[in-house]
Design a protein around this ligand. Sequence first.
Ligand code: SAM
Ligand code: MD0
Ligand code: SF4
Length: 352
Amino acid sequence: MLNNMTQNDLDKFAGKVLEGAQFSDDELRELLRINENEQLEKLFYLSRKVKDHFFGNKVFLYSFVYFSTYCKNKCTFCYYRANHEINRYRLSIEEVRNICRALKGESIHMVDLTMGEDPYFHDRPENFVDVVRAVRSELDLPIMISPGVMGNEVLKELHDNGANFLALYQETHDQQLYRKLRVGQSFEDRVNARKFAKSIGYCVEDGILTGVGNDIESTIRSLRGMEANTPDMVRVMTFVPQEGTPLEKVNRISSIEELKIIAVLRLMFPDRLIPASLDLEGIPGMVHRLNAGANVVTSIIPSDSALEGVVNYDRGAEERHRDPKSVVECLKTMGMEPASQADFNRIVGLVA
Ligand code: SAM
Ligand code: MD0
Ligand code: SF4
């Protein structure tokens, strides 16, 4: 599709995407099969052009607060799965408040409260509501919650208390693969939690993993699965095998696959939020992801933070290089900068 295209053709193609052109499965297949540099560059040029139309050189920044690493689930890909013998922590409300205080005045558009499916919060959701309220009282910023699957009433209660965005990743919309990844967890419950959240006014994020046993056909199924539920934010992350977990022996694939999928996401979801996660390859990796069409930087944490992400390219490192200032500095060298808070608030439906 792209191999014979000139710059002019690519610009016209971008124009069609902006007018709402849809991609057939064959076209997606062709884009996902690209493995030659020149064509990849054309794909990234196209996705950047589409992104620039909506967002220019402006980027959104999310700060990450993994406040409990306890989990009752056994996802085969995850470091935090139950029974994995690792050091775990659960922050107190006061510790969460302190993290929020340290974020005041930093270039951050949203706080992402993430946890494993910790029974302390899942069996007593009021404990989680307290966390959300504490963040809300400390910071005048939108709040994303990434708690796993919670019941409808709890989601409503959390929304009433200040949660704006629900992140809940399906990992794959290929049900067979799902059963191997989210072992023992309902596929439908996850889909329905996002649907319900959206129906009561949350923005929602869906996401998929790549390099986890998905072939191109299953990736296409996942892209279509995400499309069907009109998420506000869509993500892809490369699976990073974790020692001591069932999938530890899987080979880590090159990040080119993720970059390609980011670009395809941009073409399928032109005006949506698409993240470049710092979890996988830190700030150097962020540059490639933004150049592939992402417009959000996620998993930002202070340089002295001991918080754990899900993957942590920098697990155990004494100093972390994914703090707001380092991110903004790097954005500048790319000719990019943080968007205004007003722009972000408009996206999440908070009008001043
Ligand atoms: N426990 C909640 C849940 O599972 O929805 C919240 C945590 S959620 C932010 C964890 C996400 O990180 C997963 O949905 C998955 O997409 C990603 N993840 C976990 N382990 C990973 C790994 N080893 N490599 C890449 N991504 C991973
Ligand atoms: C990230 N570590 O953005 C975070 C996490 C949860 N909403 C997001 C996977 O990479
Ligand atoms: Fe628990 Fe989430 Fe990890 Fe699954 S992905 S084991 S639910 S923390």
